[in-house]
Design a protein around this ligand. Sequence first.
Ligand SMILES: Nc1ncnc2c1ncn2[C@@H]1O[C@H](COP(=O)(O)OP(=O)(O)OP(=O)(O)O)[C@@H](O)[C@H]1O
Length: 333
Amino acid sequence: MGSLQLKSIRKAFGTHEVLKGIDLDVTDGEFVIFVGPSGCGKSTLLRVIAGLEDATQGSIRIDGQEVATVPPAKRGIAMVFQSYALYPHLTVKDNMGLGLKQAGAPAQEIETRVSKASKMLSLDPYLARRPAELSGGQRQRVAIGRAIVREPKLFLFDEPLSNLDAALRVQTRLEIARLHRELKATMIYVTHDQVEAMTLADKIVVLSAGAIEQVGSPMELYNHPANVFVAGFIGSPQMNFIDAGKLGESGAKTVGIRPEHIALSRESGDWKGKVVHVEHLGADTIVYMETEATGLLTVRLFGEHQYATDDVVFATPDRNSMHRFDANDRAIR
Ligand SMILES: Nc1ncnc2c1ncn2[C@@H]1O[C@H](COP(=O)(O)OP(=O)(O)OP(=O)(O)O)[C@@H](O)[C@H]1O
């Protein structure tokens, strides 16, 4: 079991309030991802859950039990850090078993659990090595293995893949998804990476300046962002925002349209403009254009296209996919 309830969590460092009243329910087995701009409080929230920081106020319940005053080691939590935090002088096997050993588990039990985790993570060939003799990806797997052997109620990950190169990030991301399926464990994960958030999460929590902007499944956030902040934060390239007045849209202040919901033509369309830059990504082409009606517009086209800077083009938005926001930047449903 591993459910988590946060109620009115506040955290201040001196007079600087970093978390401004966080309420969140995580159900057993859920994969929850915290995203938000740098400094919004993601890591602090994770550290408060782990007990590495004390909340200034609020309640934290794990499986219904208040843990705000329970020390980190007794919360049934295992945390995986970006920096791996392995002991350099211990072998992989001893690094993985250390937590259990310190908790006084019998040697046979440690052996069994380490062996099971090392098979899950394909670490068997490296058990006798020390961290310095491993690649970054292997070290991160050891750090994950060390968390698994403790059989925690909650796994907490703080940007675990950000020190890995792009290919290894993808591979490790798939491994974490598989582990989540196999372990059916509750996981809470902080990342900067949109793709990680969209592909791993059951539920994404979007934070800004210490408060929750929206909680929802990846597709809920993508299709129904609650406000301009979430609309601009989720999705890459970013949603286009256009002054509603310019489009003759009454009742809205801002209209949002995602780059993938705009069609381009050389002959005709709603907004005439000029291409200012083109990015050829192989599978996609990103066209940046300037139109009188909208200002700078980003358009994402599937496949290869021969548009070039200074071409005159017409953009047509898919009107059914437009988002409308009121004067308070809230979505109009
Ligand atoms: N120990 C501390 N003392 C004082 N201020 C702190 C401390 N830890 C964090 N902060 C401040 O709290 C705010 C939130 O920091 P936090 O690390 O939680 O943000 P984050 O969203 O994880 O950022 P990033 O994405 O850059 O890692 C920042 O303004 C940071 O400077």
